[in-house]
Design a protein around this ligand. Structure first.
Ligand code: PLP
Length: 379
């Protein structure tokens, strides 16, 4: 039996999603921009998916733009805003705990001297503060980008408060909600969000498809230019099968959210409690409350996370070191470092992320195997 605890990296595509996608490869293969019945059928599929996404995040379907995933949505939001905002240098507010898709893009913008960027530091629990956010606003701040829930710690940021502050000051507010949408209730109106990145493969949808929510009236400059698809903001023939799957995945995630989260919270809290009780020197990164129901991130004093990860894999248990997107690189987690976790504990941290498909049997096996592996490594 393989036990999969790496759902923040990606999730299994659900059967209902696969069934929604399949006809798009055979009967409904049209190009949504084409004149003719197959084209119109494909356009209808796009419309259904757009409506399902809009319902899930509480917006109008005309405010949903399809992209190739979370990374592209992040890049489009940041570059699109900067390029649309005139010549003079501006100020952007963000945080040290963002995903690399945001951090690398902000670095590129700042390297070209198009903006100054201020990065808020999180506290020891991985939370940024709305008060510090307010103190960091400058007269030339045009954009803020603060993630909804962190991909490494699962800590949910004070997005609604930051959104309100931005709205009052006329600052555009972007949030990378890749780990939040489909997992916890997100409402772009309640949270005063102007731009929001979403990705399908974190909620049992396919890889390579996502969306950018763009609040009505907000002007972005396109980054991908060409055939004028997606209201001229994102050229390229839409990935109809993936978009159909995305729509189905978000519909199911919204419908099942309360039930799934109740079950996940029980499993998550059981794992946290059992690891802390059975393995001395185990520390939870972040707090129990205020984190995603699917996330456990722990440090095991005196143990190499890398070695532990490999030993778990040999036992059929998959987890991850901090974030999978950065896992190919040996760099220590920038998120835990920003939280002030000591270097030796960062190197001994593992992330276990659950999904609607995680079973009690998988949790039992993890809790049986992990303590003995940590003991072995400590000897
Ligand atoms: N933002 C966050 C917070 C993520 O966790 C990820 C993926 O891990 C991304 C962006 C990138 O999303 P995608 O893989 O769809 O490009």
């Amino acid at each position: 039996m393989r036990c999969y605890f790496n759902n923040a990296a990606t999730t299994k595509v659900s059967e209902a999603v696969i069934n929604e996608m399949l006809p798009c490869f055979s009967t409904d293969y049209g190009n949504p921009s084409s004149v003719g019945k197959t084209g119109r059928d494909a356009a209808r599929i796009l419309y259904t998916a757009r409506r399902r996404i809009a319902e899930a995040i509480h917006c109008d379907e005309r405010e949903v733009l399809f992209t190739s995933g979370g990374t592209e949505s992040d890049v489009m939001a940041l570059w699109g805003t900067v390029l649309a905002s005139g010549r003079e240098k501006k100020h952007i507010l963000s945080t040290r705990i963002e995903h690399k898709a945001i951090l690398s893009t902000l670095e590129a913008i700042s390297d070209r001297k198009l903006a100054d960027v201020t990065y808020l530091e999180p506290d020891r629990n991985g939370l940024v503060s709305a008060e510090e956010f307010t103190r960091s606003i400058r007269t030339d701040t045009i954009l803020a980008s603060v993630m909804y829930a962190n991909n490494e710690t699962g800590m949910i940021q004070p997005v609604s408060e930051i959104g309100r502050i931005c709205r009052e000051r006329g600052i555009l507010f972007h949030t990378d909600a890749v780990q939040a949408v489909g997992h916890i209730p997100v409402d772009v109106c309640r949270d005063h969000i102007d731009l929001m990145s979403v990705s399908a493969h974190k909620m049992h949808g396919p890889k390579g498809v996502g969306a950018l929510y763009i609040r009505n009236g907000i002007k972005l400059k396109p980054v991908l230019t060409g055939g004028g698809q997606e209201r001229g903001l994102r050229a390229g023939t839409e990935n109809v099968p993936a978009i159909a799957g995305f729509g189905k995945a978000i519909e199911i995630a919204s419908k099942d959210m309360a039930r799934v989260n109740e079950a996940l919270t029980k499993k998550r809290d059981r794992i946290i409690r059992a690891l802390i009780e059975s393995i001395p020197g185990t520390m939870l990164n972040g707090t129990v409350s205020g984190r995603l129901p699917s996330n456990v991130n722990v440090s095991f004093e005196g143990v190499s996370g890398q070695q532990l990860l490999m030993m778990l894999d040999m036992e059929g248990i998959e987890a991850s070191l901090g974030s999978a997107c950065a896992a190919g690189s040996p760099e220590p987690s920038h998120v835990l470092a920003a939280m002030g976790v000591p270097g030796e504990l960062i190197g001994s941290s593992l992330r276990f992320t659950l999904s609607a498909f995680t079973t009690d049997g998988e949790v039992d096996r993890l809790l049986t195997v992990l303590p003995s592996l940590v003991n072995k490594l400590r000897q």
